[in-house]
Design a protein around this ligand. Sequence first.
Ligand code: ARG
Length: 277
Amino acid sequence: MTHVERLPRERTYLMSPPEHFVVEYAINPWMDVSTPVDTELAVKQWEGLRETLVRLGHQVHVLAPETGLPDMVYAANGAFSVDGVVYGARFKYAQRIAEAAAHRRFYEQQGTWNFVAPVETNEGEGDFAYLPDALGGGVILAGHGFRTEVAAHSEAQEVLGRPVISLRLVDPRFYHLDVALASLDDRTIVYYPGAFSAASQAVLAQLFPDAVVADEEDALSFGLNLVSDGRHVVLNSEATALAAKLRQAGYVPVPVELTELKKGGGSVKCCIAELRP
Ligand code: ARG
Protein backbone atom coordinates (compact mmCIF):
# COMPACT_ATOMS: atom_id res chain seq x y z
CA MET A 1 0.00 0.00 0.00
CA THR A 2 3.05 2.27 0.28
CA HIS A 3 2.63 3.32 -3.36
CA VAL A 4 -0.42 5.40 -2.41
CA GLU A 5 0.54 9.07 -2.21
CA ARG A 6 -1.14 10.59 0.85
CA LEU A 7 -1.76 14.30 0.34
CA PRO A 8 -2.11 16.81 3.18
CA ARG A 9 -4.87 19.41 3.36
CA GLU A 10 -4.55 22.58 5.42
CA ARG A 11 -6.71 22.52 8.56
CA THR A 12 -8.04 24.92 11.16
CA TYR A 13 -8.09 23.76 14.76
CA LEU A 14 -9.23 24.97 18.16
CA MET A 15 -7.27 24.18 21.33
CA SER A 16 -7.36 25.30 24.96
CA PRO A 17 -4.20 25.23 27.13
CA PRO A 18 -4.21 23.01 30.27
CA GLU A 19 -3.40 25.87 32.65
CA HIS A 20 -6.02 24.63 35.10
CA PHE A 21 -5.61 20.93 34.37
CA VAL A 22 -5.74 18.58 37.39
CA VAL A 23 -7.47 15.27 38.07
CA GLU A 24 -9.86 16.12 40.88
CA TYR A 25 -12.79 13.93 39.82
CA ALA A 26 -12.96 10.63 37.93
CA ILE A 27 -15.46 10.25 35.11
CA ASN A 28 -13.57 7.69 33.04
CA PRO A 29 -11.42 4.64 33.96
CA TRP A 30 -8.15 6.48 33.18
CA MET A 31 -8.72 9.15 35.81
CA ASP A 32 -7.38 8.52 39.30
CA VAL A 33 -7.70 11.39 41.75
CA SER A 34 -4.74 10.10 43.79
CA THR A 35 -2.30 10.39 40.85
CA PRO A 36 -0.32 13.64 41.00
CA VAL A 37 -0.49 15.81 37.88
CA ASP A 38 2.31 18.13 36.79
CA THR A 39 0.27 20.99 35.37
CA GLU A 40 3.36 22.88 34.22
CA LEU A 41 4.56 19.85 32.26
CA ALA A 42 1.05 19.42 30.84
CA VAL A 43 1.20 22.99 29.51
CA LYS A 44 4.67 22.38 28.03
CA GLN A 45 3.54 19.19 26.29
CA TRP A 46 0.39 20.90 25.04
CA GLU A 47 2.52 23.74 23.64
CA GLY A 48 4.61 21.11 21.83
CA LEU A 49 1.44 19.74 20.24
CA ARG A 50 0.28 23.21 19.18
CA GLU A 51 3.69 24.01 17.67
CA THR A 52 3.68 20.70 15.80
CA LEU A 53 0.36 21.57 14.14
CA VAL A 54 1.59 25.07 13.22
CA ARG A 55 4.84 23.66 11.82
CA LEU A 56 2.76 21.35 9.61
CA GLY A 57 1.09 24.45 8.17
CA HIS A 58 -2.19 24.44 10.07
CA GLN A 59 -3.99 27.29 11.77
CA VAL A 60 -4.64 26.93 15.50
CA HIS A 61 -7.10 29.10 17.40
CA VAL A 62 -6.78 29.20 21.17
CA LEU A 63 -9.74 29.17 23.53
CA ALA A 64 -8.98 30.82 26.89
CA PRO A 65 -9.03 28.23 29.69
CA GLU A 66 -11.34 28.85 32.65
CA THR A 67 -10.71 28.18 36.33
CA GLY A 68 -12.76 25.34 37.74
CA LEU A 69 -12.91 23.57 34.35
CA PRO A 70 -9.88 21.24 34.49
CA ASP A 71 -11.04 19.14 31.52
CA MET A 72 -11.43 22.14 29.24
CA VAL A 73 -8.08 21.19 27.68
CA TYR A 74 -10.01 18.41 25.92
CA ALA A 75 -11.35 20.87 23.38
CA ALA A 76 -12.62 18.16 21.02
CA ASN A 77 -15.65 17.72 23.26
CA GLY A 78 -16.93 21.29 22.92
CA ALA A 79 -18.78 21.06 19.58
CA PHE A 80 -18.82 19.43 16.13
CA SER A 81 -18.79 21.47 12.94
CA VAL A 82 -19.44 20.53 9.32
CA ASP A 83 -19.48 23.01 6.42
CA GLY A 84 -20.04 26.10 8.56
CA VAL A 85 -22.73 24.59 10.77
CA VAL A 86 -21.86 23.93 14.41
CA TYR A 87 -23.73 21.31 16.40
CA GLY A 88 -23.11 22.34 20.02
CA ALA A 89 -22.19 19.98 22.82
CA ARG A 90 -24.18 19.04 25.88
CA PHE A 91 -21.95 17.26 28.38
CA LYS A 92 -23.02 14.17 30.28
CA TYR A 93 -21.31 15.00 33.58
CA ALA A 94 -22.03 18.09 35.69
CA GLN A 95 -18.31 18.84 36.09
CA ARG A 96 -17.97 19.66 32.39
CA ILE A 97 -21.34 21.24 31.53
CA ALA A 98 -20.04 24.83 31.58
CA GLU A 99 -17.48 24.09 28.86
CA ALA A 100 -20.18 24.05 26.20
CA ALA A 101 -20.96 27.75 26.71
CA ALA A 102 -17.29 28.70 26.34
CA HIS A 103 -17.17 26.94 22.98
CA ARG A 104 -20.45 28.47 21.91
CA ARG A 105 -19.09 31.96 22.64
CA PHE A 106 -16.03 31.20 20.49
CA TYR A 107 -18.15 30.35 17.44
CA GLU A 108 -20.54 33.26 18.01
CA GLN A 109 -17.66 35.72 18.36
CA GLN A 110 -16.13 34.48 15.11
CA GLY A 111 -19.44 35.46 13.54
CA THR A 112 -19.19 33.18 10.51
CA TRP A 113 -20.82 30.07 11.92
CA ASN A 114 -24.38 28.87 12.11
CA PHE A 115 -24.41 27.60 15.71
CA VAL A 116 -27.17 25.18 16.67
CA ALA A 117 -27.65 24.41 20.37
CA PRO A 118 -28.38 20.73 21.04
CA VAL A 119 -31.27 19.20 22.95
CA GLU A 120 -29.64 15.79 23.32
CA THR A 121 -26.54 14.86 25.35
CA ASN A 122 -23.48 14.71 23.11
CA GLU A 123 -19.77 15.35 23.59
CA GLY A 124 -18.85 16.93 20.26
CA GLU A 125 -15.91 15.55 18.35
CA GLY A 126 -15.26 13.13 21.18
CA ASP A 127 -18.10 11.06 19.69
CA PHE A 128 -18.44 12.44 16.15
CA ALA A 129 -15.97 12.04 13.28
CA TYR A 130 -16.35 13.45 9.79
CA LEU A 131 -15.25 12.01 6.45
CA PRO A 132 -15.80 14.64 3.73
CA ASP A 133 -15.65 12.17 0.86
CA ALA A 134 -16.61 8.63 1.83
CA LEU A 135 -19.42 6.45 0.43
CA GLY A 136 -20.32 9.08 -2.16
CA GLY A 137 -20.10 12.25 -0.06
CA GLY A 138 -19.72 13.60 3.44
CA VAL A 139 -20.40 11.04 6.14
CA ILE A 140 -20.52 11.33 9.93
CA LEU A 141 -19.46 8.46 12.18
CA ALA A 142 -20.93 8.67 15.65
CA GLY A 143 -20.33 6.78 18.89
CA HIS A 144 -22.75 6.04 21.72
CA GLY A 145 -22.75 3.83 24.76
CA PHE A 146 -20.95 5.90 27.39
CA ARG A 147 -21.33 9.64 26.83
CA THR A 148 -23.28 10.71 23.75
CA GLU A 149 -26.92 9.56 23.62
CA VAL A 150 -28.01 7.73 20.50
CA ALA A 151 -30.80 10.35 20.12
CA ALA A 152 -28.06 12.92 19.49
CA HIS A 153 -27.05 11.00 16.38
CA SER A 154 -30.33 11.69 14.62
CA GLU A 155 -30.31 15.23 15.97
CA ALA A 156 -26.84 15.73 14.44
CA GLN A 157 -28.08 14.33 11.13
CA GLU A 158 -30.98 16.81 11.08
CA VAL A 159 -28.73 19.74 12.05
CA LEU A 160 -25.83 18.94 9.74
CA GLY A 161 -27.58 17.31 6.78
CA ARG A 162 -25.14 14.46 6.47
CA PRO A 163 -25.80 10.77 7.01
CA VAL A 164 -24.85 9.65 10.50
CA ILE A 165 -23.66 6.10 11.04
CA SER A 166 -24.29 5.05 14.63
CA LEU A 167 -21.68 2.87 16.27
CA ARG A 168 -22.01 1.34 19.71
CA LEU A 169 -19.00 1.49 22.03
CA VAL A 170 -18.83 -1.39 24.52
CA ASP A 171 -15.49 -1.12 26.37
CA PRO A 172 -15.45 1.51 29.16
CA ARG A 173 -11.72 2.15 28.60
CA PHE A 174 -12.70 3.47 25.17
CA TYR A 175 -15.58 5.64 26.30
CA HIS A 176 -15.47 8.13 23.41
CA LEU A 177 -15.39 7.33 19.69
CA ASP A 178 -12.17 9.31 19.31
CA VAL A 179 -10.17 6.92 21.47
CA ALA A 180 -11.25 3.98 19.28
CA LEU A 181 -11.50 5.38 15.74
CA ALA A 182 -10.04 8.24 13.72
CA SER A 183 -10.21 9.60 10.20
CA LEU A 184 -6.87 9.52 8.38
CA ASP A 185 -8.02 11.43 5.32
CA ASP A 186 -11.26 12.31 3.51
CA ARG A 187 -12.33 8.66 3.23
CA THR A 188 -10.03 6.41 5.24
CA ILE A 189 -10.34 5.45 8.89
CA VAL A 190 -8.25 3.60 11.44
CA TYR A 191 -10.02 1.83 14.31
CA TYR A 192 -9.81 -0.81 17.01
CA PRO A 193 -12.67 -3.29 16.39
CA GLY A 194 -12.75 -4.54 20.00
CA ALA A 195 -14.06 -1.19 21.22
CA PHE A 196 -17.32 -1.74 19.30
CA SER A 197 -20.27 -4.11 19.56
CA ALA A 198 -20.17 -7.10 17.19
CA ALA A 199 -22.87 -5.52 15.02
CA SER A 200 -21.04 -2.19 14.84
CA GLN A 201 -17.83 -4.04 13.94
CA ALA A 202 -19.73 -5.63 11.05
CA VAL A 203 -20.95 -2.20 9.91
CA LEU A 204 -17.41 -0.80 9.93
CA ALA A 205 -16.01 -3.81 8.10
CA GLN A 206 -18.71 -3.53 5.42
CA LEU A 207 -18.34 0.24 4.87
CA PHE A 208 -14.59 0.59 5.28
CA PRO A 209 -12.79 -2.42 3.78
CA ASP A 210 -9.68 -0.25 3.29
CA ALA A 211 -9.45 0.83 6.93
CA VAL A 212 -6.23 0.50 8.87
CA VAL A 213 -7.09 -1.94 11.65
CA ALA A 214 -5.55 -1.32 15.06
CA ASP A 215 -5.23 -3.71 17.98
CA GLU A 216 -5.82 -3.41 21.71
CA GLU A 217 -2.25 -2.33 22.42
CA ASP A 218 -2.56 0.50 19.86
CA ALA A 219 -5.78 1.64 21.50
CA LEU A 220 -4.40 1.38 25.05
CA SER A 221 -1.42 3.54 24.10
CA PHE A 222 -3.97 6.17 22.98
CA GLY A 223 -2.66 5.81 19.45
CA LEU A 224 -6.11 6.12 17.90
CA ASN A 225 -6.65 9.46 19.57
CA LEU A 226 -4.84 11.04 16.63
CA VAL A 227 -5.20 13.99 14.29
CA SER A 228 -4.35 13.61 10.61
CA ASP A 229 -4.19 16.17 7.81
CA GLY A 230 -4.41 13.46 5.19
CA ARG A 231 -0.67 12.79 5.22
CA HIS A 232 0.86 13.70 8.59
CA VAL A 233 -0.62 11.77 11.46
CA VAL A 234 0.02 13.43 14.81
CA LEU A 235 -0.21 10.77 17.52
CA ASN A 236 0.87 9.86 21.04
CA SER A 237 4.57 8.90 21.10
CA GLU A 238 3.79 5.72 23.08
CA ALA A 239 1.90 4.32 20.09
CA THR A 240 4.98 3.06 18.23
CA ALA A 241 3.34 -0.08 16.82
CA LEU A 242 0.45 1.92 15.37
CA ALA A 243 2.89 4.47 13.94
CA ALA A 244 4.57 1.63 12.04
CA LYS A 245 1.21 0.42 10.64
CA LEU A 246 0.38 3.95 9.49
CA ARG A 247 3.77 4.35 7.83
CA GLN A 248 3.13 1.05 6.07
CA ALA A 249 -0.15 2.49 4.75
CA GLY A 250 1.66 5.51 3.32
CA TYR A 251 1.08 8.07 6.08
CA VAL A 252 3.76 10.01 7.92
CA PRO A 253 3.49 9.54 11.69
CA VAL A 254 4.42 12.58 13.81
CA PRO A 255 4.78 11.44 17.45
CA VAL A 256 4.19 13.87 20.32
CA GLU A 257 4.61 13.36 24.05
CA LEU A 258 1.46 13.93 26.11
CA THR A 259 1.98 11.88 29.27
CA GLU A 260 0.26 14.31 31.65
CA LEU A 261 -2.95 14.58 29.63
CA LYS A 262 -3.23 10.80 29.52
CA LYS A 263 -3.97 11.01 33.26
CA GLY A 264 -7.27 12.67 32.39
CA GLY A 265 -8.07 9.99 29.83
CA GLY A 266 -7.09 11.79 26.66
CA SER A 267 -4.37 12.47 24.14
CA VAL A 268 -3.82 14.30 20.83
CA LYS A 269 -7.33 14.30 19.35
CA CYS A 270 -9.04 15.09 22.65
CA CYS A 271 -7.04 18.33 22.79
CA ILE A 272 -8.04 19.43 19.29
CA ALA A 273 -11.34 20.40 17.72
CA GLU A 274 -11.25 20.66 13.95
CA LEU A 275 -13.09 23.69 12.61
CA ARG A 276 -14.80 22.97 9.29
CA PRO A 277 -15.99 26.27 7.86
N1 ARG B 1 -11.49 13.74 31.42
C1 ARG B 1 -12.20 13.94 30.21
C2 ARG B 1 -13.54 13.24 30.29
O1 ARG B 1 -13.60 12.17 30.81
C3 ARG B 1 -11.42 13.42 29.04
C4 ARG B 1 -12.04 13.73 27.74
C5 ARG B 1 -11.28 13.19 26.60
N2 ARG B 1 -11.76 13.73 25.40
C6 ARG B 1 -12.00 13.05 24.27
N3 ARG B 1 -12.32 13.71 23.21
N4 ARG B 1 -11.97 11.74 24.26
O2 ARG B 1 -14.55 13.75 29.85
